[in-house]
Ligand binder design. Structure first.
Ligand code: MG
Ligand code: MG
Length: 261
C-alpha cells in the first residue's frame, strides 16, 4: 500500500485547508432554511472558498461520475446518500435533511468534511439517524490512534449503527487525503477483511460514514452522479479529516474554539 505520511508542517497546512471547509459548512448551515435552493448554497460556498484563497475541490472532479462534477458542494437531500448536484430546482422545505459535503484545495493540500443539516423540524427517525451517524463518526475518530488497525474504525461504526437498527453504506468508503483528494488507504465504514494495516503517526484520513434508515444498498439516480437509497428511505452523512497524531486523533476539520458553529 502506497501511503504518504505527512510531516507536522504538512499537517498544519492541511488544518488550514480544513478550517476553510469548516467555516464554509458553518455558513451553509446558517443559510439552509426553507425556501432556499441548493444552488444558492453552492454559490455562497464557492464565493467564501475563493475569498479565503482556496479552490473548490469537487468542481470539475471526474471521480466515479459520468461527467466532471459541476459544483462546489455535494448537496444530498433525504433519500439521496452522496454526490447530489446543487440545483435551482431544489428548494429546501421544513422536514428535509440535507447532507452537504465540501472539499477545497489550499496551498497544495486538500480538506474534506461533510455534515447533515436538519431543515426546520424533522421527523423523530430523521433526528435519530443524524444523531447515530454523528456518534458513529465520533466513535470512529477515537479509534484513529497509533497502534490500532484501520479495520478498528469500520468496526466501531458498524457496531454502533447496526445496534441502533440502521445500516452502513458499502459502495463508498473513506480515504486517505493530502496532496490528492483521494489517497490510499481506503477506509471502509464496516468490518472488512484486508484492512488490517496499523495506523501510524502522520497518516491523514477522511472518515465519512453514510448511514441509511433501511437497506445499505444504493443506486445512481438519473443524473448519473447522485446516489440514492434503493428503498428510498433516509440517509445521513458526516465526515471529518483526521490526522493520526503521536498521542491520538487530531480532527483537522472541526472549527477552532470561539468560531461560530
Ligand atoms: Mg467529502
Ligand atoms: Mg471524502
Amino acid at each position: 500500500m502506497a501511503v504518504y505520511l505527512k510531516s507536522a508542517a504538512e499537517i498544519e497546512v492541511m488544518r488550514q485547508a480544513n478550517q476553510i471547509v469548516a467555516r464554509t459548512l458553518a455558513e451553509v448551515r446558517q443559510a439552509a432554511k426553507p425556501g432556499v435552493t441548493t444552488l444558492e448554497l453552492d454559490e455562497l460556498a464557492e464565493e467564501g472558498i475563493r475569498k479565503a484563497g482556496a479552490k473548490p475541490a469537487f468542481k470539475g472532479y471526474q471521480g466515479s461520475g459520468p461527467y466532471p462534477f459541476p459544483a462546489t458542494l455535494c448537496t444530498s437531500l433525504n433519500e439521496e446518500v452522496v454526490h447530489g448536484i446543487p440545483s435551482n430546482q431544489r428548494k429546501l422545505k421544513a422536514g428535509d435533511i440535507l447532507s452537504v459535503d465540501c472539499g477545497v484545495l489550499y496551498d497544495r493540500f486538500y480538506g474534506d468534511s461533510a455534515v447533515t443539516i436538519p431543515i426546520g423540524t424533522v421527523s423523530p427517525v430523521a433526528e435519530r439517524l443524524m444523531q447515530v451517524t454523528q456518534e458513529a463518526l465520533e466513535l470512529a475518530i477515537q479509534q484513529a490512534r497509533p497502534g490500532n488497525r484501520l479495520s478498528d474504525i469500520g468496526a466501531a461504526i458498524q457496531r454502533h449503527v447496526e445496534g441502533a437498527g440502521f445500516s452502513v453504506v458499502r459502495d463508498f468508503v473513506g480515504h486517505g487525503i493530502g496532496r490528492a483528494l483521494h489517497e490510499e488507504p481506503q477506509v471502509p465504514h464496516y468490518r472488512s477483511a484486508g484492512h488490517n494495516e496499523r495506523l501510524r503517526p502522520g497518516l491523514v484520513i477522511a472518515i465519512e460514514p453514510m448511514i441509511n434508515e433501511g437497506t445499505w444498498q444504493v443506486e445512481a439516480a438519473a443524473d448519473g452522479w447522485t446516489q440514492v437509497t434503493r428503498d428510498r428511505k433516509l440517509s445521513a452523512h458526516f465526515e471529518h479529516s483526521v490526522a493520526i497524531g503521536g498521542d491520538g486523533p487530531i480532527v483537522l476539520s472541526k472549527l477552532a474554539q470561539g468560531e461560530l458553529s
